[in-house]
Design a protein around this ligand. Structure first.
Ligand code: FAD
Length: 380
């Protein structure tokens, strides 16, 4: 491959921003083209506080690029699951014996940290640039910028443009590209529990709260300001489903009956339910991830359901592994792209399958008495 100096990424989300940091640290000239406006200039999350579980898999790459301490200041460790039954009784299931934890972190806060660091290292982030096309042979990218079509070139192109990736869609039109997508029957809606009056936490701070109810569940992760971001994972159709919760009183009646203790903590429940979108959950598998000198990473190459809390974490791991291969092969991109493409796929498939299986454990088995007993015996 010709000398690689200039690398362009499509998408300044979590994974694209981290990858840009790794590459800038190696001395490449890095540009990121991002469809949205700069989230640092005005609430990209629409004023909502959305959080994610950051595990050691994701912390390691942050530590490698020198952002471990900054990230740790932003997290709330969750040491186990706090199960809420339908009478409001609680059971705590620790994640490990040595105080091990996964960490709740603000999605927007983490993305801003990564973008700030990338810019400090000289990365140019071009906002309002929506990728429309790629010429894989000539390494050209085409963007829509406020209605104007512009063209850019790069020595290597990396698509980090998320689950509905345009870069991947363009690869799909090329020969021998395998692709599958699978929507589960459940969608999700984000809701919230506000902080207590003194900015304290209304429920246990250091836990991932779960209200398992068989075919569906509600979860809540803590935020630094004392609030919790809740997510209802719920069927689109059937009884009960998003379809059956149409009016404010449908929602109130349902929550009062099924999630009584959560209902007491959610003063804006019906507003949130009507205002916040109902979103779908998709698994995407595809391969190869490399076409000539264009590569896809993160959700663009392996979007998974969120039940293992590992989508971002495994996207961060993509960045760490790509960087390690560049070390190992002295930045020989021909070798690195091939090795990454061949070696990473089985791991991506494994976490994808585990994530689907864990939905059943979280919504159902965690509340199952025999399952709890088995867990207790395993822990001894
Ligand atoms: P994204 O974060 O989607 O970023 C893609 C970026 O590309 C965006 O900024 C987008 O604007 C931009 N873009 C898109 N198209 C274009 C275009 N044509 N041109 C230019 N730019 C473009 N993961 C965890 O590890 N832990 C969790 O607890 C967790 N919880 C989750 C909960 C829910 C409800 C969901 C849905 C996901 C969760 N995930 C979690 C998964 C996680 O959100 C994703 O894996 C992660 O965001 C992927 O990062 P990414 O950078 O690949 O994609």
């Amino acid at each position: 491959m010709q000398n690689v100096e200039k690398i362009s990424l499509v998408g300044a989300g979590l994974v694209g921003s981290l990858m840009a940091i790794y590459l800038a640290k190696r001395g490449y000239k890095v540009d990121i083209y991002e469809r949205r406006e700069d989230m640092r200039k005005g609430g990209a999350e629409g004023g909502r506080s959305i959080n994610l579980a950051l595990s050691n898999r994701g912390l390691l790459p942050l530590e490698e690029v020198g952002l471990g301490e900054a990230a740790k200041k932003m997290v709330i460790p969750m040491r186990g699951r706090m199960m809420h039954d339908n009478k409001g009784y609680l059971t705590f299931q620790p994640y490990g014996r040595l105080g091990q934890a996964i960490n709740s972190i603000s999605r927007g806060g983490l993305n801003e940290l990564l973008m700030n660091e990338a810019e400090k290292l000289g990365v140019n982030i071009h906002f309002n640039h929506s990728c429309l096309g790629i010429n894989f042979d000539k390494n050209l990218l085409f963007f829509d910028v406020n209605g104007k079509r512009i063209e850019k070139n790069a020595d290597v192109i990396i698509g980090s443009d998320g689950a509905f990736s345009v870069v991947r869609r363009l690869m799909q039109r090329t020969d021998r590209f395998n692709y599958s997508q699978y929507y589960i029957e459940h969608g999700y809606k984000e809701l919230s529990i506000p902080p207590a009056a003194n900015n304290g936490f209304k429920i246990e701070k250091n836990a991932l709260h779960i209200w398992p109810r068989g075919n569906y569940m509600l979860i809540a992760l803590p935020n630094l300001d004392g609030s919790f971001t809740c997510t209802l994972f719920f069927p689109f159709n059937g009884q009960p489903s998003f379809d059956t919760l149409q009016t404010r009183s449908d929602v109130e009646e349902f929550f009062k009956k099924v999630f009584p203790d959560a209902y007491e903590l959610m003063p804006t429940l019906t507003d949130d339910f009507q205002t916040n979108p109902t979103s779908s959950l998709v698994t995407v598998k595809c391969h190869p991830w490399v076409k000539k000198r264009t590569l896809i990473i993160g959700d663009a190459s392996h979007a998974i359901v969120p039940f293992y809390g590992q989508g971002m974490n495994s996207g961060f791991e993509d960045c760490r592994i790509l960087n390690a291969l560049l070390d190992q092969h002295h930045d020989d991109w021909d070798v690195v792209l091939k090795k990454f493409n061949d070696s990473r796929k089985p791991d991506a498939d494994a976490i994808s399958d585990l994530a689907l299986q864990n939905f059943i454990e979280m919504r159902d088995l965690v509340a199952d008495k025999e399952f709890l007993l088995r867990k207790k015996i395993e822990a001894k």
